[in-house]
Design a protein around this ligand. Structure first.
Ligand code: 17E
Ligand code: FE2
Length: 419
């Protein structure tokens, strides 16, 4: 590849045997195919650290979410779940994975609802994970949507999912019937994780209720077990509603725990704040403060066209763009940090190995129609090339705009990228 922009410099990238063999300002011609990057941003692939592939593309079935709340979403899904079949899940999940890969996502962590006596969604996603292996890397979280302890045999079903091959232990303590059951559910997640040697990713405190304090339990268990970076707290929206006196105490404690955070700004700006009139809360966790405190934060899309969120295409720049706005991350550095939250930081959450563009790493990367991350965020740039293990798996043409026959390229004069 010739003339790609990496950390502000134009570089050539050599690929051999599916790996990056060399990165240098100029590499001598060696035969083989050459790709002209035309000064575009070379980035490691996008990483989707939180999505629900079992529920995706069901929006409107059997009805639309009128209240816009998490709870109506769970109710609608519970009804749709009754008609879920193996083929239905495979078809929808594979469709979204294709949308994602076409837009530069090469790693996906999906939650799958295991509060289903037949584990239909889980069995289907286990099959999907294998079928797509040549072009997509999928991690499956056994997620007890209707409660690990509150749903009949929830704990057994979650453990059965791990035995069948789920990669990660999930939970939902704020949805358990009582506070005590919520605390116990977190402990049970850790017990399962230790027993089966799996990481943990818990839907945690996804509510505006400032009394929802399961994050502290997750952190305490992470410290007790030494699981630290193998633990992820997803959503944690109540953290945005905690009193500062408590939030500051908690932050110090979280730093000690070293756990990862996933915020889902598109979905939580939508689902939360629904019981407020005005002032209306944003319902998103303290992304900026977690980031400032050196904790690993990634951003997920969470839903694409399902009972919780009607829109989306799986493009990771959309949640990143929403984080810029909803989390007040508008400084030069913060906008770039939001880009990293759907790439490097998400790779860290998923504990990916050999991620990133450097010699000897797998040749898995994307080109974006922008000179740098900041411009990619501003222009919601198109991913024009997706390479996985040295093979081109997706290509797209960046949009070109013409006004009265004259090219309009959406750059200020001083920011025009040089090619
Ligand atoms: N289930 C849940 O509990 N929370 C969510 N945000 C989604 C599903 C999408
Ligand atoms: Fe979720």
């Amino acid at each position: 590849m010739r003339g790609a922009r990496l950390d502000g410099n134009l570089v050539d990238v050599g690929v051999a045997g599916g790996r990056i063999s060399r990165i240098a300002p100029e590499i001598e011609k060696q035969g083989g195919r050459e790709i002209e990057a035309e000064g575009r941003l070379l980035s490691p692939p996008f990483v989707e650290s939180h999505v629900h592939l079992d529920t995706t593309l069901t929006a409107g079935e059997p009805r639309w979410n009128e209240s816009g709340t998490l709870f109506e979403g769970i109710q609608i899904w519970s009804e749709r779940k009754k008609s879920v079949t193996h083929e239905d899940v495979i078809e929808r999940a594979t469709t979204l994975l294709k949308w994602q890969a076409a837009q530069g996502v090469l790693h996906v962590r999906t939650h799958v609802d295991v509060t289903d006596p037949d584990l239909t969604g889980l069995r289907a996603l286990l099959e999907v994970r294998e079928r797509v292996r040549t072009w997509m890397d999928v991690q499956i979280v056994a997620f007890p949507q209707e409660g690990l302890l509150s749903y009949p045999r929830g704990l057994e079903l979650t453990e059965e999912a791990l035995r069948l091959g789920a990669d990660v232990v999930g939970g939902i303590p704020h949805y358990e019937h009582t506070r005590e059951m919520g605390v116990e559910s977190v402990k049970q997640c850790f017990r399962l994780a230790e027993k089966h040697d799996k990481p943990i990713d818990i839907h945690c405190d996804e509510t505006d209720d400032p009394q929802s304090r399961f994050l502290e339990v997750v952190a305490a268990e992470a410290i007790r077990t030494g699981m630290g970076g193998r633990v992820t707290a997803s959503h944690t929206t109540a953290f945005g509603s905690y009193d500062n006196a408590y939030a500051f105490k908690l932050m110090g404690f979280l730093r000690k725990s070293g756990i990862n955070f996933v915020a889902n700004p598109l979905i939580n700006i939508t689902l939360q704040g629904r019981y407020d009139t005005y002032p209306k809360r944003r319902g998103i966790t303290r992304v900026k403060e977690l980031w400032q405190n050196g904790l690993n934060v990634s951003l997920g899309h969470d839903d694409v066209m399902d009972p919780w969120y009607p829109l989306g295409t799986g493009n990771m720049l959309q949640p990143a763009h929403m984080a810029v706005h909803a989390c007040h991350m508008t400084s030069r550095e913060e906008v770039t940090a939001c880009f990293d939250m759907v790439a490097e930081n998400a790779a860290h959450t998923l504990r990916l190995k050999e991620y990133g563009i450097s010699e000897d790493h797998p040749a898995s990367f994307v080109l974006l129609d922008a000179p740098d991350k900041w411009e990619a965020m501003r222009r919601l740039a198109t991913t024009t090339l997706v390479v996985r293990n040295g093979k081109i798996i997706a290509e797209a043409t960046a949009p070109e705009y013409y006004l009265m026959g004259e090219r309009v390229n959406l750059y200020r004069k001083r920011d025009q990228p040089s090619r």
